[in-house]
Design a protein around this ligand. Structure first.
Ligand code: RIB
Ligand code: CA
Length: 328
């Protein structure tokens, strides 16, 4: 049974890989893409989403522009990580047209109210927070929210404790987590604890190119900048592809394990954007998050490659060799 999803994102290199995966999965019906200011300013994000849709031959999927700034704090982009064009300085040609008149939150509300619609959030939670402010009934009707963001025990990537999506808009993230508690629901938090284990390496990219030059060369084009960034930042040979894990997990829950806990997002101060996970139930508050702490890279890459390349998992016989030494 296909599950209808809205993908809320800030493309962004790993967002783009996540969109490619989502569009390749028969389990998902991508009803639309909503864009939020994050890695890229929102208009650049819309442009990049269209470039990915064009590559995938899926410009039938509508793209809607959302928040230009976070709820309260100043907007801080991540173009140092994603390149001046937000797509690894691939400088792909612009895709004219396909403008939408609805705002992101109007599209979200309209689509969610038709029923059975989930949201996979791959950027800051500004659009979801705005939807809650504008139309709490629609927000309450979201079937499920899976968010790439936060971290439990893994160190931050924007401060010692904060992950970019929740650091970029801590008020937006805090409001969404508070809303989930008031609804008695849990948000699936696909945080750095699990996404840091998903590393696209040069060997994996080479394998992808050998199997499918068309897709592999596109992925190479948009990730080269990201490989260089990871080498400069942390002497990592490869790049952490956070967002595709959130999409994969939505479709296959066996990809991650974790626990439910009451979780707050720090709105300011030295730990701004930190997810404070009450793993010992200190506050005796109802869980509002499913905090994911375990994942299986080999299982993920089998799914990622098989869907992106349209191959049977059993034919991807080199993956175990290329992932040797990685927790699988
Ligand atoms: O911290 C990683 C997250 O922030 C990813 O979603 C990346 O695309 C950026 O949005
Ligand atoms: Ca993202």
């Amino acid at each position: 049974m296909k599950r209808k999803v809205i993908i809320d994102c800030d493309p962004g290199i790993d967002d783009s890989l996540a969109l490619m995966l989502a569009l390749s999965m028969e389990e998902l019906e991508v009803a639309g893409i909503t864009v939020v200011c994050g890695n890229s300013p929102v208009d650049m994000g819309v442009s990049n989403a269209k470039k990915v849709l064009d590559f995938m031959g899926r410009l039938d999927v509508p793209v809607f522009a959302g928040a230009k700034t976070p709820l309260k704090r100043e907007y801080v982009n991540a173009l140092d990580t994603h390149g001046s064009d937000g797509l690894g300085e691939s400088f792909l040609p612009e895709i004219p047209g396909y403008e939408q008149t609805l705002t992101a939150t109007s599209f979200m509300a309209e689509t969610i109210k038709k029923g059975s619609c989930s949201v996979i959030a791959l950027g800051p939670l500004t659009n979801l927070a705005t939807l809650y402010q504008e139309d709490p009934q629609a927000f309450g009707q979201i079937e499920e929210i899976v968010s790439m963001g936060g971290s439990f025990r893994s160190h931050g990537n924007c401060s010692p404790v904060a992950e970019y999506n929740y650091w970029a808009d801590p008020d937006g993230a805090a409001l969404v987590y508070e809303a989930m508690e008031s609804l008695g629901k849990t948000i699936s938090m696909v945080g750095l604890d699990v996404t840091r284990k998903i590393v696209l390496t040069p060997d994996l990219l080479e394998y992808m190119k050998r199997l499918d030059p068309h897709t592999g060369e596109f992925v190479e084009k948009i990730t080269k900048f990201y490989f260089d960034f990871h080498w400069q930042q942390e002497h990592l040979i490869g790049c952490v592809i956070n967002d595709p894990l959130a999409v994969a997990y939505f479709a296959d829950r066996s990809l991650c394990g974790g626990f439910e806990a009451y979780t707050q997002v720090e709105r300011g101060g030295v730990s701004m954007g930190q997810t404070v996970v009450d793993s010992t139930n200190f506050y005796r508050r109802s869980p509002n998050a499913l905090v994911l702490t375990q994942t299986y890279p080999l299982k993920f890459f089998r799914l990622f490659f098989s869907r992106l390349l349209g191959m049977a998992e059993e034919d991807l016989d080199l993956l175990p060799v290329l992932l040797k030494g990685v927790v699988s």
